[in-house]
Design a protein around this ligand. Structure first.
Ligand SMILES: Nc1ncnc2c1ncn2[C@@H]1O[C@H](COP(=O)(O)OP(=O)(O)O)[C@@H](O)[C@H]1O
Ligand SMILES: [Mg+2]
Length: 222
């Protein structure tokens, strides 16, 4: 589909030696999962030794039978794109947001992982999502890719796409979230707020997308 993705290597459970065709730093993560389980500051490896430690940590925590992804570490803007609706009908692309890492001590790697999502005592907890400052061309390219992916992966009603730029500013797709969290303080609600939608209005927009796709009317007020 000509969607750019980071250089990556897939490690099967039985693999004990690896050859990486791209350079350090790399990011190590479980191939399956969500909510950043298994993605921490130790997932960023600068040396073969750190890489082996990160792989062992994931295997010990999540099981030796699970595959692992090693990816080129993308050091640029950490982006997320929310779409509500269905591109085959009517839809809205919410403002793209970016993680603001400025509050983080310089020695900590820039990742929005487990610590940022689950550990209130961690310095990562203070990361903020702010409107992304992208060139018009980059933004148009990312949104076109997201719309193509939405259709191709048969997403429905709402979806969130995570991207990150490399050191040269080239955006690459990290993942598609076909059922992203819609809690009040989540990424989707933050984008909706920047767009001018209250939390209730965001939920209503999702429900209306369902209604028009299925051709029914949901009774009641939010
Ligand atoms: N290849 C990568 N390079 C740099 N950072 C990454 C990379 N993969 C993941 N990350 C960081 O980890 C975060 C979570 O990764 P992601 O793949 O979106 O999984 P999930 O959100 O399901 O936990 C990203 O938002 C980003 O900060
Ligand atoms: Mg993500």
């Amino acid at each position: 589909m000509e969607i750019p993705v980071p250089e990556a290597m897939f490690i099967k459970p039985e693999d004990i030696t690896f050859e990486i065709s791209f350079s350090f730093p790399v990011l190590v993560k479980p191939n399956f999962g969500d909510s950043s389980f298994g993605i921490t500051k130790r997932s960023v490896a600068n040396t073969p030794e750190e890489l082996m430690n990160a792989i062992s940590e994931i295997r010990e925590k999540f099981g030796y039978d699970k595959p692992i992804l090693v990816e080129e570490f993308l050091s640029g803007k950490d982006l997320s794109v929310g779409i509500i609706g269905n591109p085959s009908g009517s839809y809205m692309v919410l403002p793209i947001i970016e993680e603001d890492y400025s509050c983080l001590p310089p020695e900590l790697p820039r990742v929005c992982g487990y610590e940022a999502k689950w550990l209130p005592d961690s310095p990562y907890w203070n990361l903020k999502s702010v409107p992304a400052n992208l060139s018009e061309d980059t933004e148009r390219f990312i949104v076109e890719c997201c719309l193509k992916l939405f259709e191709r992966l048969e997403c429905r009603d709402y979806c969130r796409f995570d991207w990150r730029c490399d050191g040269e500013g080239n955006p690459k797709l990290l993942e598609v979230n076909p059922n992203p969290g819609w809690c009040w303080d989540g990424h989707l609600a933050k984008m909706a707020k920047i767009f001018g939608l209250s939390y209730a209005e965001m939920l209503k927009a999702i429900l209306e997308a369902v209604e028009s796709r299925v051709g029914i009317r949901i009774e009641g007020d939010l």
